[in-house]
Write a protein of this length. Structure first.
Lengths: 290, 391, 444
């Protein structure tokens, strides 16, 4: 094959193994997304990164060996034995978000079990970050707990909150105490949409508190599973007093960023005339756990 | 049982893993051992009295089960661990203890130790908090009182001559530690951060002359050995609360950085200033253990700008300028600020140091530590992300 | 005519004017600021620093008090959020976080933020830190350097241990140290304010402060009576007049004398602060300022709180009439405050002479059936000793303790309903240990 042909056919994969969801993206050298797979991580994730990878390869219609570089990110990144490199979700999200919104300077990502604030420079590079991975109160978990408690499907919470005219103030900073407060308000007869709006406001306040530890500058982007909830998006915007942008596909900024970073690593190696440091790969289950 | 390594890094590692063993051997040899806490007690006085200073440390791998009777959960976990070890009899080889006012809880430990572990041969030096002249003078009086009480009780003759000798020996140790730290300037450093901690912790149970001997062995070994720590993309300085074990540094060094410099009570902070060899040795000691050591618990008079006004950055430069110098000399490209949860003296410094490091262009990250292994694992992503920022 | 329901706690009439004195602090400081007179933000310093400042006509406010005020008015969360955003770790003292956040906002706005409680704390001319008891009390003021260019003086205070205090010559060195520090502070102020200290005025204030505290001490001695005529609630309302030197000490002494008369009359008439005194309690350490009504519920159960908060109490009296130097006088008063219980501690081989030992002496002298311990999440200083108090009070005196948690700024942590539930069980415990004490020959 000529070098030109090889260039057209370079592929890069990014795997984001979150605690709740696993996402895989395959892009080509033109940054076109050829595959997008989303799957519940579950208890088996450590051993099944290869399964989602296979699905992605099928979508992209390419064999495993054709993938030039594979980057794994997220909570479970250590358990991807066929990854060439692991990069933290902070760096990967920054890269992914910058590809959606090149002018982004501040990014918020709220997933199932954690929340992150990212600060980027004008070149889209991560320069500072804040993580909350200790406390459920500002994460998707908080919404899950409340949804279950109220008997409302999680995906309906956002639109329900938008119906509120007079949101309840949920002051507790802890999920457990907040549940008690919700119970209290319910027995007082507060309308359900007002309570739900109060919950959305509480999670937004926590999120904004994280961002305030970075110097908040526009453009401000919100990603992660919780960004699909229009109620939280609105509440975050209100609490910030600024416009908040949400990509069309809020779940994949990590995986996309990972793939794009892989592309950059490969390009850098080529430019420097160095060989690309790759792992010895087998597309198989992880046989060890960290 | 494995044979005890007799020299160098291997010996340091073995002592690090089981300091009590060396302590008991010393007892068998007829030595007296006093436990002391943190960086403000003047160990030269113990050495002059013929007593081996033994730095009280915790055990990060052991759950705290006994300390709740005397200390609440919302205090420094390191000190809780120290107390817990004491209550579990892990320090039964001690002949006495020396506390100082290093921090609020350390001061209270002196009283609690007396109540729960016995009050005979327990001493307390109420280190003042400022660098005022009156404070240095007061500190000297307190050292005089301590010497008098110690001499009376143990029968030791703590003469000015003996004190001068002790100062010289401990200064020698400081110089040797600085020589060891110089070996971390090259890239890659000749000795890892992990190994450095093992050596320093080993020193904290050894009589000063034995410690100096160990240092010479280690320096010589490190200079000659073919294997070195790997070259890594990042070189870091770690500042903060006392680090009495290698856990954090080991994690950092496994992720892609060499820890080439530090500033904490079991690192450069204890060894980078010499005690002045004053005619009256107590003058040098009183000044050193209050003023010279850069311990955040000592309030340093606000340094004013050229016009005599209070200026934030001028004051920060006076308090933290040494970090910039360390970073430059050891070619560190990033700083990790760590503090134990509930450690007040270090917590208050964090934003100020952050502002200063921003001013001099050194990237930094703040980590809050819980003094347990599983909490440390959670920090891995933050550390790795920080290293990716440095790239 | 409708019957007025009797209040569970018989509040002293003479408490009200004392409480009002302290409320005026903020207004006086704001007025001073408007008129261009100096204002100091002070840590509580047990009189030495305050007397120096007063003698130089400096208006003082206490961010420690303002922290409690902001907590009670619900203003603290916003200040603490700003403090968090500025990168300060979250386990720090709640009062410090409140002040740091407040100051950050104030320095950004260039003026006192709108809608803050009590009209707020005006920008200070100087800061007086104190090295007494906890590291926060000077590190926090050092951190304010980020937002304020007001000069900072840190006042040193010796913390001898019980044994060290017994060392020949040691107390004299400690006093000399305190004197040097106070003189140094006076010199610092003279330079800053460009005026000379009026040492006669200073001497008069010293004598007045000594007398004020002596009278206040005598009031609290009366509370040893059975039944106890004055509840802790009245102590907490009245003590700030001494601790914060809110007014001229002569005026405060007058009001404490009025209180002495009122309390003495109650003692003579055998009148207690609660309708039926079934249990006598000591309280350690800082009260839940925002939930003091909680004590009314306990009073209805016959719980009389007879002694409390060692740190807030005046010193045991000491004859200072032979001391010529007023700086030495006030230094000896402060030292007496810290070491007043050391003699008893030494005699009973208890080695924590301040904070912990006082409660053992209190339990005996005030005949306490139990100790109410209130650990606080963000105040280590007021929490450190509580475990040992619980343990030693039981071991030595067979006096049990009840532990109810809270915080100085996160008021939601204190659960009065839960506390009341625990109270019921604790009454049985107190009854049981009363029997145990009698068996051991203790007389209460």
């Amino acid at each position: 094959m000529t070098e030109k042909t090889m260039t057209d056919r370079r592929y890069f994969a990014g795997l984001d193994l979150g605690s709740t969801m696993t996402k895989v993206i395959i892009v080509n050298d033109n940054e076109k997304v050829l595959a997008r797979v989303e799957s519940h991580t579950g208890a088996e994730h450590r051993r099944l990164a290869n399964k989602v990878m296979e699905e992605a390869l099928q979508q992209a219609k390419i064999p495993f060996d054709a993938v030039t570089y594979i980057v794994a990110t997220g909570y479970g990144r250590i358990n991807v034995p066929f990854a060439d490199r692991q990069i933290t979700e902070l760096t990967c999200h920054a890269r992914g978000v910058a590809s959606f919104f090149p002018k982004v300077r501040t990014a918020l990502d709220i997933g199932g079990q954690d929340a992150k604030g990212l600060k980027l420079d004008a070149g889209g590079k991560l320069v500072n970050f804040v993580m909350n991975d200790r406390c459920a109160a500002g994460t998707g978990r908080f919404l899950e707990v409340i949804a279950k408690m109220l008997g409302i499907p999680l995906e309906d919470l956002g639109s329900l909150s938008l119906k509120s005219k007079n949101k309840v103030n949920i002051s507790s900073t802890c999920t457990i105490f907040a549940q008690q407060e919700v119970n209290g308000r319910l027995s007082e007869g507060a309308p359900i949409e007002d309570i739900v709006a109060g919950i959305h406001d509480a999670i937004a306040r926590r999120a904004v508190a994280i961002l305030k530890r970075l110097k908040i500058e526009p453009e401000i982007v919100f990603t992660g599973g919780v960004a699909k909830n229009i109620g939280v998006v609105k509440a975050v915007g209100e609490n910030l007093g600024r416009e908040v942008l949400v990509p069309a596909d809020p779940l994949i900024s990590g995986a996309l960023g990972a793939g794009l970073l892989g592309k950059e690593i490969a390009a850098k190696a080529r430019a420097e005339g160095k060989s690309l440091p790759k792992a010895e790969r087998r597309l198989a289950e992880a046989t060890f756990f960290t | 049982m494995a044979q005890l390594q007799t020299k160098g890094l291997g010996r340091a590692r073995e002592i690090y893993r089981d300091r009590a063993r060396r302590a008991r051997e010393l007892k068998k040899e007829g030595r007296k051992i006093f436990g002391y806490l943190d960086i403000n007690p003047p160990v030269e006085i113990l050495t002059a009295a013929g007593i081996v200073p033994f730095h009280l440390l915790g055990d990060m791998s052991e759950p705290i089960t006994k300390a709740d009777v005397c200390l609440p959960t919302v205090v420094c976990p390191f000190l809780r661990s120290v107390m817990d070890q004491g209550l579990k009899g892990k320090y039964d080889f001690l002949d006495g203890a020396l506390f100082s006012h290093t921090c609020e809880v350390a001061e209270k430990m002196s009283h609690i130790w007396r109540i729960y572990l016995g009050d005979s041969e327990v001493y307390y030096i109420d280190t003042p908090h400022t660098t005022h002249d009156a404070a240095v003078k007061q500190h000297k009086y307190l050292l005089e009182d301590f010497i008098k009480a110690l001499a009376e009780s143990t029968g030791a003759e703590i003469t000015p001559e003996r004190l001068r000798e002790a100062v010289a020996l401990h200064n020698e140790q400081r110089a040797l530690v600085r020589e060891l730290y110089d070996l971390k300037k090259p890239d890659p450093p000749l000795i890892s951060g992990r190994e450095t901690i093992q050596v320093i912790v080993a020193l904290t149970v050894l009589p000063v002359t034995e410690g100096n001997e160990l240092l010479r062995e280690v320096i010589s070994e490190v200079k000659q050995r073919p294997e070195k720590p790997p070259q890594q993309p990042a070189r870091l300085l770690v500042w903060g609360s006392i680090m009495d074990n290698t856990a954090l540094v080991e994690m950092i060094e496994s992720i892609g950085a060499n820890v080439v410099m530090d500033d904490n009570a079991l690192g450069s902070r204890a060894y980078f200033e010499d005690v002045e060899a004053s005619d009256d040795p107590l003058d040098g000691l009183a000044y050193h253990y209050l003023v010279s050591i850069r311990n955040p618990r000592t309030f340093r008079e606000t340094v004013l700008d050229k016009e005599g006004r209070k200026d934030y950055m001028t004051d920060l430069e006076a308090r933290f300028g040494h970090l910039r110098d360390y970073a430059r000399e050891w070619h560190a490209n990033g700083v990790i600020l760590q503090a134990l949860r509930y450690c007040d003296s270090h917590a208050y410094e964090v934003p100020g140091i952050g502002d200063y490091l921003d001013h001099v262009g050194l990237p930094h990250i703040y980590l809050e530590l819980d003094y347990n292994q599983s909490a440390l694992a959670q920090l891995r992503t933050r550390i790795q992300a920080f290293l990716e920022l440095l790239d | 005519m409708a019957e007025v329901k009797k209040k569970p706690i018989n509040r002293l009439k003479t408490m009200y004017p004392l409480r009002a004195l302290v409320d005026g602090m903020y207004e006086r400081a704001q007025e001073a600021s408007r008129e261009g007179r100096p204002v100091a933000w002070c840590m509580v310093n047990w009189w030495g620093g305050d007397v120096v400042l007063r003698a130089m006509d400096v208006a003082c406010i206490y961010p420690e008090d303002y922290g409690a005020v902001c907590a009670a008015f619900g203003a603290a969360p916003a200040h603490m959020a700003r403090c968090d955003a500025d990168g300060f770790p979250t386990h720090m003292c709640g009062y410090a976080r409140n002040t740091l956040g407040y100051t950050a906002i104030m320095s950004e706005l260039g003026e006192i933020p709108p809608d803050v409680p009590m009209g707020g704390m005006p920008k200070p001319t100087l800061l007086l830190g104190s090295a007494y008891f906890c590291d926060t009390r000077y590190k926090w003021f050092q951190s304010l350097g980020r937002y304020l260019d007001a000069p900072l003086w840190v006042l040193e205070m010796p913390h001898p241990g019980v044994k060290e205090y017994q060392t020949e010559g040691a107390p004299e060195h400690d006093i000399a140290f305190l004197v040097a520090e106070l003189k140094g502070f006076a010199a610092f102020l003279e330079k800053l304010l460009k005026k000379k200290m009026d040492w006669d005025r200073f001497a008069e204030l010293v004598d007045d402060t000594i007398e004020m505290n002596r009278v206040w001490y005598e009031v609290n001695e009366l509370r040893k009576a059975v039944p106890c005529p004055m509840h802790s609630r009245d102590f907490w309302s009245s003590m700030p007049a001494s601790l914060y030197m809110a007014a001229d000490p002569k005026e405060t002494a007058r009001l404490y004398r009025d209180m002495y008369d009122e309390v003495k009359a109650l003692v003579d008439n055998r009148q207690g602060a609660v309708a039926e005194e079934k249990y006598r309690l000591a309280f350690a350490e800082l009260p839940p300022w925002h939930s003091l009504k909680f004590f009314d519920s306990l009073a209805e159960r016959g719980w009389n709180f007879v002694i409390e908060s060692w740190a807030y109490h005046p010193p045991k009296p000491i004859d200072l009439s032979h001391i010529k130097d007023p700086v030495e006088k006030i230094a000896r008063l402060t030292y007496r405050y810290f070491t007043g219980f050391f003699a008893d501690a030494c005699a009973t081989q208890d080695w924590w002479g301040y904070f912990e030992h006082p409660y053992l002496e209190y339990a005996r002298e005030y005949r306490c059936d139990g100790i109410f311990l209130h650990p606080l999440l963000t105040c280590r200083t007021a929490t450190n000793h509580l475990m040992v108090v619980q343990d030693q009070a039981m071991k030595r005196l067979k006096v049990p303790s009840i532990v109810i948690e809270g915080d100085i700024v996160d008021l939601s942590l204190f659960d009065p309903a839960d506390a009341l539930r625990k109270a019921e069980t604790f009454e049985e415990t107190m009854d049981y240990y009363k029997e145990m004490r009698q068996k051991e020959g203790l007389d209460w």
